[in-house]
Structure formats: structure tokens, C-alpha cells
Design a protein around this ligand. Structure first.
Ligand code: SF4
Length: 353
């Protein structure tokens, strides 16, 4: 059950032995959960929020192909009203092109099913393992490489998490646990902190990496209770956010990132190169600069994966290389993310030079 009142939150935390939250902290927790609960959940509601007229709405609506619309209002508020080409809108609005099929695009282009030793675990690379910590996100990005992922099959109870972690504990080379999803920060504090407690019990684990889009799309999630828990961890904490466009970085995102930095969290960003959204050198350069101003270091620029239903976002490798070279000519080296492609069967991401 996701608690909705401050009393419920307090009762849950007290039951699990966590430090009780102050009234201000309880209000923060309630705020992000309310924002999450009040997210936009239909394309019609999104287009109405952006003031498109009835005729435009009819022309823009498309089948969601079983991947539901989900957009926090605080993210929609950063879109330009009445602009069908808005780069934030295009990331979340279903388009008719999603119904097209193509032989090279499939539901599991990274073959993650081949690296799934236990439900909820993806173990591809030496030294680190990925846990599917949550079966949902705070936003549904239309280009997502896990839009077809069988989250329901991978859902785990806390007892089963312990079993998975016990399996991983036998790997003496494992130094890093990656929480992914879904989005791990879409979990409420109680299950998230309980999972962190379990990970911290594994003696060989040195680093915790959290992959989350919430600091960008729902920055209210970065509460003082969350930051305190991360600051108290014995692990080095790295948070890899996911931003694709400078328009996503507003004052709330900046404030959330500052809080994380003050908690000792290392902030990195990964971007997906997306046709019609950020495949221009000025757009990519503006993003790196906005990220750095927010205290986030550019990390990866991903070539999109061959995910069924996302062909209209695809950028060819030759174009990506040209864009990357142009970024290198315009930015200092520390602001240029590594251009990479993930390929099934490889022991690491492929660097594209
Ligand atoms: S937040 Fe990440 S995992 Fe979730 S839908 Fe977007 S790209 Fe996919």
C-alpha cells in the first residue's frame, strides 16, 4: 500500500524501525507522492493541458500500443503550449508511427532475457549487477528500451529480493549494485530503504548506482529524508540521471541536484540520441552546459536501441558520429559525453569514435 497521509507514512516507518520524519519531512514525502498520483495519464488530457484545440487533438492522437501515457504535471509544465514539435512533448506523446513494424526492431533488442539469472536481476557485466528495483516509472518515455519488459513476471517480494542478493553475494568480483527499473526512485522510501539495507549487508559491495529519471521529471522526489538516507550509506552512491534536452532542466531540477550533491552523491547523466528531439549539435551542446550548471557530469550519449515501436526516433550511427565530432569541436572535453551503443553479448558498451 502506498501511504497517502502523514500518519500512514509515520506508522509505516515506525513499524520498520526507521527514524521518524519531522513534520516538514512528512510534508515533503506527501508532496511528491501527490504529484505522482496526479500525473497526466491519457494523451487527451496531455493535449488539453497544452491547450491544443479539438481539431489538433484529433489529428495528433494515436494508439498507445499498450504502453500507457504517464507524464508528471511538473514535467508537462515545461512544455510549450500549442507546439506539436515541443521536444518534451515528443518524448511522451504516442505517435501513429509506433504501430509500424520493422524486421530489425524487436521487443528485447539487448537480449536481456539471456542475462537473467533470477527474477529481477540482470547480470551482464563483470563486477556489477543490475536489479530491476521497480516495475514502474514516474514517466513513460515512448523510446524506452524496456517498454516491452515483462515487469509483472520479474516482480519480487522482499523475501525474494534477499534470495536474489544472496545469489549475487556469492560473486566475489561484484563491487557495484545498479538499481534500475522501471525507476527505483519511483518506489516510496519504505521499500527503497529496506532494499538499501539489504545491499549494504553484502561486504564486497562498494558502490551503489541508481539509474533514475525522477530528479529530472519529478524533482520533488528528492526529499531531505531520501538525501539523508543516501548520505548515511556506507556505500559510495552514484546517481545516473537521464535528461535529453536542456528544456528539461529548470530551477526545481537544479535545487534537487544541489541537495543530492550536498548528500555526497555523484551525479552523472545519460542521454538517448533521438531524432526530432535532440539530434542537432546546438541542442546537444546546450544540454551538456545546462547539466553541468546543475552539478551533473555528462556521461553517455546512447545511440537508440532497435526497440519495436520506436523506429521514428532512430538516428543512424554515421549521423551520431558527425554530431559527436561537432560537439567535441565546440565543448571542453569534460562536457562531451561518450558516444556509446549497447550490443547484446558484449562484455561492455561499445564506444563509437
Ligand atoms: S524513465 Fe527510463 S525506464 Fe522509465 S520509461 Fe523513461 S526511459 Fe524507460
Amino acid at each position: 500500500m502506498i501511504p497517502e497521509t502523514a500518519a500512514q507514512v509515520e506508522s509505516q516507518l515506525a513499524t520498520r524501525g526507521h527514524v521518524l520524519l519531522s513534520p516538514e519531512q512528512q510534508a515533503e514525502e506527501q508532496t511528491w507522492r501527490q504529484q505522482f498520483a496526479q500525473s497526466i495519464r491519457t494523451p487527451q488530457a496531455l493535449l488539453a493541458y497544452l491547450q491544443f484545440n479539438q481539431q489538433d487533438c484529433q489529428a495528433m492522437l494515436a494508439d498507445e500500443q499498450g504502453f500507457n501515457t504517464l507524464v508528471p504535471t511538473s514535467y508537462a509544465a515545461r512544455m510549450q503550449p500549442n507546439n506539436p514539435q515541443d521536444p518534451l512533448l515528443l518524448q511522451v506523446l504516442a505517435q501513429s508511427a509506433e504501430a509500424e513494424t520493422h524486421a530489425e526492431f524487436n521487443q528485447d533488442p539487448l537480449a536481456e532475457a539471456d542475462y537473467n539469472p533470477a527474477p529481477g536481476v540482470v547480470h551482464k557485466y563483470q563486477g556489477r549487477a543490475l536489479l530491476i528495483a521497480a516495475g514502474h516509472c514516474a514517466i513513460n518515455c515512448r523510446y524506452c528500451f524496456r517498454r516491452h519488459y515483462p515487469y509483472a513476471e520479474q516482480q519480487r517480494s522482499r523475501a525474494q529480493w534477499q534470495q536474489s542478493l544472496a545469489t549475487l553475494a556469492k560473486d566475489e568480483h561484484l563491487a557495484e549494485i545498479i538499481l534500475s527499473g522501471g525507476d527505483p526512485l519511483a518506489l516510496t522510501n519504505t521499500p527503497l530503504f529496506a532494499l538499501l539495507d539489504e545491499i549494504e549487508k553484502l561486504p564486497q559491495i562498494k558502490r551503489l548506482r541508481i539509474h533514475s529519471r525522477l530528479p529530472i521529471v519529478l524533482p520533488a522526489r528528492i526529499t531531505s529524508a531520501l538525501c539523508q538516507r543516501l548520505a548515511d550509506s556506507r556505500l559510495q552512491v552514484v546517481l545516473v540521471v537521464h535528461s535529453n534536452h536542456a528544456q528539461e532542466i529548470n530551477s526545481e531540477v537544479n535545487a534537487a541536484c544541489l541537495r543530492l550533491k550536498q548528500a555526497g552523491v555523484t551525479l552523472l547523466n545519460q542521454t538517448v540520441l533521438l531524432k526530432g528531439i535532440n539530434n542537432e549539435v546546438a541542442t546537444l551542446c546546450a544540454l551538456q552546459q545546462a547539466l553541468f550548471s546543475a552539478g551533473i557530469l555528462p556521461y553517455y550519449l546512447h545511440l537508440p536501441d532497435h526497440v519495436a515501436g520506436t523506429q521514428h526516433f532512430f538516428v543512424e550511427r554515421s549521423e551520431a558520429k558527425q554530431l559527436h565530432q561537432a560537439m567535441q569541436a565546440r565543448l571542453p572535453g569534460y562536457l562531451v559525453p561518450r558516444l556509446v551503443k549497447e550490443e547484446p553479448g558484449k562484455a561492455h558498451k561499445t564506444l563509437i569514435n
